[in-house]
Design a protein around this ligand. Structure first.
Ligand SMILES: Cc1cc2nc3c(=O)[nH]c(=O)nc-3n(C[C@H](O)[C@H](O)[C@H](O)COP(=O)(O)OP(=O)(O)OC[C@H]3O[C@@H](n4cnc5c(N)ncnc54)[C@H](O)[C@@H]3O)c2cc1C
Length: 480
């Protein structure tokens, strides 16, 4: 009946899958990793690779618990903080080197602590990343993880998506049905199965149902919510389905994925489809875009901020690229030009000598856009943004033509929702009982809720990957 037999099956070969597989294997378990894509890496390889460190673990627990607004049990947060505080040491043990990210910043959005006024925020330490190329540190982290998997001789089957969890009554999850080379592959898992197959960044139906509207993924297109269906099918409870880490990005017809926006200077504003500003542009944490874009005009039922537009002038254009293409799926396809000229030529960035000529290119009323910019520029002179509270040093006028606009969409770093897990990384059923021999880690069923602190998903992938790997490897082998 079985095509092969191992102790632990890991479904998904990204950061969480690699951490789980390495840990289970080092604990003596025979491990098989099943990956849907032709190669591993998932979102992890496209990420910034930022990880959390703490100056005070107790305060860190308070901070994260407060951000989760009572949706995540304190025991889970405590397990996360304790285990993730070991991430730098563990990365070193498996052959990498961790460095701290600089904490000084141009804009408040990239400070070390996203929500400094929340209880426990002072317990955060500087962010860390694997030493390597720099901003795209996810690829460096992936290098360390995948080398260790190879070195440990863990078997990885790529292009082998899991299709179903196999359950034995009274025993629990004892196998996985996958497909490989056009055939069914039935893998027996003597000790347990660990789901680490990512979120639902590319499942539009789930977006509409759970996060309110379509977001574009910036990451691995194979993350289509498979783990949620696999676990739900056998009775798992779900949590955090409405939570995302998402920002504004660009979406062009050439690609299925979105491209992260990154402005080189504070000389820009966002406007909605009515040509009006709607938020503190540089001062809103870059993961929280779900909040402003969930606005609906209650008369017309239009989502007037989806898409929205970024408007900037010649001075800002000359300061650098208005997108970040070092991270994300786009890094495989396109490097944004330093002066934005390639993207202007492509028509991705709309350009005009006057605001009046720019407005029709984005279907916004010219008089309204002119009025918005004139008002914003006046606030720059006064150094005071009465409506949205931009910091005075970010009030840089939009004053020198040509002028530019790019359409912006909510774009996902990742989703957080999925099967609920406990502090031992066991997946829970709808009555809060562990589903026997089934574990999870990573962004599939993440502990994070809507107020995401940043650098939490990679930390969680590694930390809960190890917890799941350890506990699955320690299960008594199923008889038979
Ligand atoms: C541009 C960008 C920047 C980011 N920067 C950061 C950052 O700096 N810090 C941070 O904490 N987070 C960051 N993130 C988020 C972070 O990368 C992810 O949340 C994290 O890496 C998820 O790891 P994972 O192992 O859970 O999932 P993944 O790495 O996505 O791995 C899941 C794997 O499962 C596979 N899979 C899917 N379905 C199946 C199936 N049926 N069978 C088998 N395999 C399957 C997928 O192909 C994939 O390889 C960023 C994300 C992006 C896109």
């Amino acid at each position: 009946m079985w095509d092969c037999e191992v102790d632990v099956v890991v479904v998904g070969y990204g950061g969480a899958g690699a951490a789980a597989a390495i840990t289970a294997s080092m604990a003596g378990a025979k491990v098989l990793v099943l990956e849907k894509n032709p190669e591993g890496g998932g979102n992890t390889r496209y990420s910034g690779g930022s990880m959390r460190t703490y100056s005070d673990q107790g305060m860190a627990v308070d901070y994260f618990e407060a951000l989760c607004e009572g949706t995540t049990e304190r025991a889970v947060v405590e397990a996360f903080v304790k285990e993730s505080s070991r991430n730098p040491e563990w990365v070193k043990e498996i052959g990498g080197e961790v460095v701290h990210r600089p904490t000084g910043t141009k804009f408040p959005t990239s400070t070390m602590v996203a929500f400094p006024n929340v209880r426990g925020a002072a317990g955060m330490g500087p962010r860390a990343r694997v030493k390597g190329k720099g901003e795209a540190a996810g690829i460096d982290l992936w290098g360390v993880l995948s080398r260790k998997v190879t070195e440990t001789q863990i078997e990885v089957r790529c292009a082998a998506p899991a299709q179903q969890l196999l359950v034995e009554k009274g025993v629990g999850v004892t196998g996985v049905l996958a497909s490989s080379e056009g055939k069914d592959l039935r893998v027996r898992a003597r000790r347990g199965v660990i789901l680490t197959c990512g979120g639902f960044e590319y499942d539009r139906t789930m977006h509409r149902n759970y996060i309110g509207q379509t977001f574009y993924g910036m990451c691995n297109p194979a993350n289509t919510g498979d783990g949620i269906r696999l676990a739900a099918e056998i009775g798992a409870d779900l949590w955090h389905m409405s939570a995302t880490a998402a920002t504004f990005g660009y979406k062009f017809p050439e690609f299925v994925f979105g491209i992260k926006q990154a402005m080189p200077s504070a000389g820009y504003i966002y406007v909605d489809q009515l040509g009006k500003r709607f938020m503190n542009e540089p001062g809103t944490d870059s993961h929280l875009i779900w909040a402003p874009v969930s606005h609906i005009d209650t008369k017309t039922l239009h989502r007037t901020r989806v898409p929205a537009y970024v408007i900037f002038d010649e001075d800002t254009r000359l300061r650098g690229p208005v997108a970040s293409t070092e991270q994300g799926k786009v890094s495989d396809y396109h490097q944004w030009s330093k002066d934005n000229c390639v993207e202007i030529k492509k028509g991705w960035i709309k350009a005009a000598d006057t605001i009046a000529d720019l407005a029709p290119q984005i279907n916004v009323r010219a008089d309204q856009l002119q009025a918005t910019i004139a008002h914003y520029n006046m606030q720059c002179v006064g150094g005071y943004d009465a409506e949205y509270g931009r910091e005075p040093d970010t009030l840089v006028p939009i004053a020198r033509g040509p002028y530019y606009a790019v359409e912006m969409w909510p774009c996902l770093f990742n989703t957080q929702g999925g099967p609920k897990r406990n502090e031992r990384a066991q997946i829970l059923d709808v009555r809060g009982r562990p589903i026997s021999r089934l574990y999870s880690a990573g962004e599939l069923g993440s502990l994070w809720h809507r107020q995401y602190p940043g650098a939490g998903n990679v930390s969680e992938a590694l930390a809960f990957g190890r917890i799941a790997g350890r506990n699955a490897a320690a299960e008594m082998p199923a008889a038979g």
